[in-house]
Design a protein. Structure first.
Length: 152
């Protein structure tokens, strides 16, 4: 059995999945707060755990891989060294060749929203270096988890 660092949740709809992380010293700047760009590894980790939870961690077709196309972050409040952060993540949209993710990170101690993000990943044929359609099994698995909150 593979340990899962995240968990299914209904605490912050429409999010159905979240994972925990702790702010490391190297994530802080000279003022001791987390720069918004340092949240990217937290989002990456939550996305991996989301896909692990759905048993989709490895792309079944090894010649294809999802790559980041767009990333927007909105910073709301500072996190500091050793804060425990809960990162909520969901697939909000499945396009022909892309997935749209939404992320929101909250400080656990007081449930304050730290940062939100929207990310778009595109499925790319690694040999041709061109976008390719998201497979039906991918759509079905994510659709069954996200249900009515998923835009297709």
């Amino acid at each position: 059995m593979t340990p899962e660092l995240g968990h299914a949740t209904d605490r912050k709809p429409p999010f159905k999945y979240a994972s925990f992380t702790r702010v490391g010293f190297s994530d802080t700047d000279a003022q001791g707060i987390v720069y918004y760009g340092r949240y990217l590894p937290y989002f990456d980790s939550a996305r991996v755990e989301y896909h692990r939870h759905l048993d989709m961690l490895v792309t079944r077709e090894q010649e294809h891989e999802f790559v980041m196309r767009a990333n927007t972050i909105e910073y709301h409040a500072p996190a500091r060294f050793d804060d425990l952060i809960e990162v909520f993540i969901r697939v909000s949209r499945i396009g022909r060749t892309s997935l749209g993710y939404e992320c929101a990170a909250y400080r656990v101690d007081d449930d304050v929203l730290m940062v939100t993000a929207q990310q778009t990943l595109v499925l790319v044929d690694l040999e041709e270096r061109r976008p390719c359609p998201v497979p039906g099994w991918y759509r079905e698995t994510i659709g069954a988890f996200e249900r009515e909150d998923l835009e297709t």
